[in-house]
Design a protein around this ligand. Structure first.
Ligand code: AMP
Length: 313
């Protein structure tokens, strides 16, 4: 069944300690849809300018991602983001954000998009997220991502958008900031009290954690020796997570836990190369193999401990 994403489609300029790219395909909806396309049929709602060419479009087409709802503004420029990462690859330093065609973006959902069973509201203005949410009233599961920029400027709008979704997928620092609470467990309780059923906290190289009202689940990140570019890791995680859920009729705790693992698997591939380069040529076998490695890495047997011999005085 189909999965809908609304978010940015962008050109990114990125510099990391390992290299740089002046202009590459990026954006939250791009990274999300590429990852999700390995699991489900995906539709993208977004906007691009006249500078967005067939070469960029082909990246979506190769993965059979439906782009009918990507609006094109021929005399406008595509959203542009420039970022830098220092040796702490968990922190992106934004150097430039040019909203361009994104500034006047009013997401228009076709009838097919409105029928989507699962929806991901990628990082855009929270009032727009709420508008899209209202247009997909029948969706089985709606998830949302946001960022510090919106939490700083329009916190009440972020809170309202969160109240309308089932799952919130944000990073560690954002969860604490959003709740105004330095302790992550208490921050999670606070955010869950606003309405969502689950909170997924992305923790960069430390993995990800999932909180529901009754349960807690955490998994590490895949131990990679070379991380080239973390841009899009969060959206790629969300794409693997939501894509896997979209491929299932029943969404219970077990399915959510496997979805967390597929999210981490996809994010681990994303950071191995710049932008969308690695995920664009990923195979199903590589995904399944890394999923199994995650299982081996995190599995242990429950064997009650009993001390055999006590020391005598
Ligand atoms: P992440 O998954 O958090 O690393 O997201 C990276 C992507 O977010 C990049 O490809 C950027 O194009 C995009 N991005 C950066 N800033 C914004 C913003 N203010 N609104 C929407 N998308 C953004």
């Amino acid at each position: 069944m189909s999965l809908l994403v609304v978010g940015s489609v962008a050109f990114d300029a990125v510099e990391t300690p390992f290299g740089k790219r002046e202009r590459m395909l990026g954006g939250s909806a791009t990274h999300f849809s590429l990852a999700a396309s390995f699991f489900a049929d995906v539709r993208v709602v977004g906007v691009v300018g006249g500078d967005f060419g067939p070469e960029e479009m082909a990246v979506f087409e190769r993965q059979h991602i439906n782009t009918d709802d990507i609006e094109r503004v021929p005399d406008g420029q595509t959203f542009f983001w420039r970022g830098r990462y220092d040796f702490d690859l968990n922190t992106a330093h934004t150097l430039d954000t040019q909203l361009n065609v994104f500034a006047d973006f009013k997401p228009k959902l076709s009838d097919a998009s409105k029928q989507a069973r699962l929806v991901f509201l990628g990082n855009i203005q929270p009032a727009l997220q709420s508008e899209v949410r209202e247009q997909v009233a029948g969706a089985r599961l709606v998830a949302l991502d946001t960022m510090n920029y919106w939490i700083n400027t329009v916190p009440e709008q972020v809170k309202r958008a969160i109240a309308g979704v089932h799952v919130v997928i944000i990073n560690d620092a954002e969860a604490r900031q959003l709740a105004g609470e330095p302790n992550l467990i208490r921050a999670a309780r606070e955010i869950l009290s606003w309405g969502p059923r689950a909170l997924v906290v992305k923790r960069g190289e430390f993995g990800a954690a999932m909180f529901t009202h009754e349960t807690y689940f955490a998994i590490p990140a895949y131990p990679l020796e070379s991380v080239f570019d973390p841009t899009g890791a969060g959206d790629t995680f969300a794409g693997g997570f939501m894509g896997y859920l979209a491929s299932h009729d029943e969404i219970d705790e077990e399915t959510m836990r496997r979805a967390m693992t597929f999210g981490s698997v996809m994010a681990s591939f994303n950071v191995e190369e710049f932008g969308t380069e690695r995920v664009s040529r990923l195979t199903q076998d590589e995904i399944n193999q890394r999923f199994r490695e995650f299982k081996r890495m995190t599995h242990f047997e429950e064997i009650p401990f009993e001390r055999a011999v006590r020391a005598t005085k």
